[in-house]
Design a protein around this ligand. Sequence first.
Ligand code: PLP
Length: 189
Amino acid sequence: MQKKIYLDYAATTPTAPEVLVAMNKSLNDTFANPASTQHFFGEQANQQIETSREQISAVFNAKSPDFIFTSGATESNNLVLKSVAQRFQLHGKHIITSATEHKCVLDTCKFLESQGFKITYLKPNADGLIDLNKLADSITEETILISIMHVNNETGVIQNIEKIAEIAAEQGIFFMSMPRKVSVNFTLI
Ligand SMILES: Cc1ncc(COP(=O)(O)O)c(C=O)c1O
């Protein structure tokens, strides 16, 4: 049979073997509902989650309560976009994103438009990169959030999220991104 080689690492990667081992152990040993802390098994599962939260926080040199686990990227993106929009709408109702974001970001932006928010969809250059000058120029007094993914899941183009984060921080605007690491998919804000 012809040998097949998987090359679509921009969309998703195989799970790292050490992650599989840790997940298997966790599913076997601490399968209980972590919200059921009235009993030993639930408490054990709860502690496992808190340990993971601390370990992930340490990687980012952050405080552990700052990390929220979700079921996946669609939920994370919805949570951040809608929460920031709702909480900061009195500061302004403008969000900047790109025309090539994942569908879950574009769909949520469409929903926010229906709620009276203005969304700027930046068109990337021919090489797929966002023009950072255009990004800076599109910021207004009303801008509350910039949402640009790290690696495009279809083209594999890598955006300069360090620079975008700097531009956002200089203006006191939230920056949301989906950083791509081996088998980890989460939203940073
Ligand atoms: C950039 C990006 N955003 C969102 C998603 C949706 O992820 P999920 O299937 O975890 O909801 C993906 C999926 O790969 C993605 O690559």
